[in-house]
Unconditional design. Sequence first.
Length: 437
Amino acid sequence: MSSGSTGGAGGHVFARATGLPTASHAGGAVVVDTDGREYLDGSGGAVVTSIGHGVGEVVDAIAAQARKVAYVHPTAMRSAEVDAYADELAPLLPVDDPRVYPVSGGSEAVETALKMARAFHLAQGRERHVVVARGGAYHGSTRGALDVSGRDGLRAPYLPWLGATRRATAPYEYRCPAPEHPVGCGTWHARRLDELLTDDVAAFVAEPVAGAGLGACVPDEEYWPAVARVCRERGVLLVADEVMTGFGRTGRWFACEHWGVRPDLLVAAKGASSGYWPLGLAVCSGRVREAIGAFTHGFTNSHHAVGAAAGRAVLRVLSERGLVAASERVGAVLDACLRERLGGHHAVGDVRGIGLLRGVELVADLATRAPFPRAERVAERVVAAARERGLLVYHSTGCADGRDGDVLLLGPPLVITEEQVAVVAERLALAVRDVLG
Ligand code: PMP
């Protein structure tokens, strides 16, 4: 029946996950493997799990909707569940008169938003097609999303397919290129962006707080208001990628709120369904929607009724349990614990972040901030050591100029307790010492 050697259980799965424990069950911020070992979930997978594991009411909502009507195609019938989800979401979104296009994940949402931006200009007779994005950004794995991503290592094998993106500087305070840093950095970045916004630019896409690419980089106070102004003045649509930062992760429903920014388009995923169902969202303003008119676009699982049911249930849990405020409160405790445990370490260059999205950047030399040679795979080794110590943690390998570095990225479920984040910091510090002394 089978062909060749597949190396035991799961050998037919594409991912080469040799040596990893197998998850058995999970609850709250704890995952248990098939040997009964418990792991604190320090990153909710790839910063996906927002409401915690094992929330029965979300499971029930998914099952109930699947039983009622799992699927109708949006060109054939409306879904009451999708309609209700968009209406419940609308008041929470930092977008004027928002229109919600549900898809299956972040990359699909990014592709959808970029096509919306192009369609918006085209419908008004403008040949704007260039997208501007930032160095070190991560926006997804599909070809369009990879092209707007600014990570050289990820792009290199596929370069013949890429190249339509113009690259702006990233607000990365630890490695800020602004000449007068730390003064006036945001304004400096906005001026650099302005120079790139020629008449052929359709959109500027960026994360409010850089997550998977650079690792929890929070811009200064000036950055977002100045960037939003520049985009508006140049007629360029602002696309906020809130795939990682949305749904309470940073202590606000959406991270744009920290700076009062109202993007023309917004994409989200991850925390929208907390991993209970594949769900992403591309949102545009009513103005953009009206201008686009007919939009020929779609995926097999766009506007999925079960996805909408999962999204509604997650919204309810986030609201009823006050998890957005908890993210701000417990995030501050996590920050303090990380600084206490890791602050003086010889390889810890920077501890940063906002809410329950935190990054610890490891460097070979504190004085020069030189990263470790990527071949040493320092972040990956710390992640493995952390797992041995009962902590699941994610990492990012981006530096602002597209080079690779080592950042440990923390984004635990928003239900994590103050006591648990203290243990997260303690285990992470032990893992860093296991690898780097
Ligand atoms: N944008 C950002 C900011 C992300 O963090 C990610 C996923 N890490 C994506 C887009 C792509 O989302 P997905 O993996 O769901 O396709």
